[in-house]
Design a protein around this ligand. Sequence first.
Ligand SMILES: *Cc1c(COP(=O)(O)O)cnc(C)c1O
Length: 235
Amino acid sequence: MADLVEVSRRLRENVERLEERIAAACQRAGRVRDEVQLVPITKYVDAEVTGLLHKIVAVPLGESRPQVIWVKAPLIPNAAWHLVGHLQRNKVGRTLPLVSLIHSVDSERLLIAIDEEARKLGKTQDVLLELHLTQEATKSGFGEDEWDKLPEYVLPLQNVRVLGLMGMAALDSTPEEARTTFAKLRSLRDSWQGRFAEPHQLKHLSMGMTHDFEQAIAEGATLIRVGSALFEGII
Ligand SMILES: *Cc1c(COP(=O)(O)O)cnc(C)c1O
């Protein structure tokens, strides 16, 4: 038990330090803190530590693997969940009832599968479209050759609402390179605004992780997905 008390103390310190950095980045960018939502990524810790963090932050939590949400969600009943990693179509059914936002939709087939499953559930599923912005083969997301088709992909969907775009900088980016990648995502979002009719609205930009969220905030991120910084001294 003493152990968990210590873990809670570390978490609280880490959250506080992260909050200071987020606030400073907002201030430098001339943005108000409320425009940026922290999505704590809890993939590094078990359900118990995830629950402790949830008590402290009281915001929706992010996981990169759907199966982990299946396990953690029933153990932390008050938490809302964002999926930020790849979703296979055969996992859509079990995942949709548990997630308020999917950041990582990366194919037309997945959009269709989500739409069908959401209809069965009588739900509108909020999603972001993940774009592949770098040369890295390992990253997922819609490739540039598909970007023009995204409005067509979305048009027939009845139970999916697109709320924005998600993207990642290359793993080995310098801060300047990361910022350039984020600026690109923002300019795509700005230029595509009119191409997605109601109820879609490209209001969110999900970009920025522990090592580059400050650059992302400077370029207009509304959702930052931060994991490691929250668990320093714990993992
Ligand atoms: C793990 C992960 C994050 C958080 O990364 P950190 O560097 O630990 O902050 C953000 N987004 C996705 C998609 C992830 O898989």
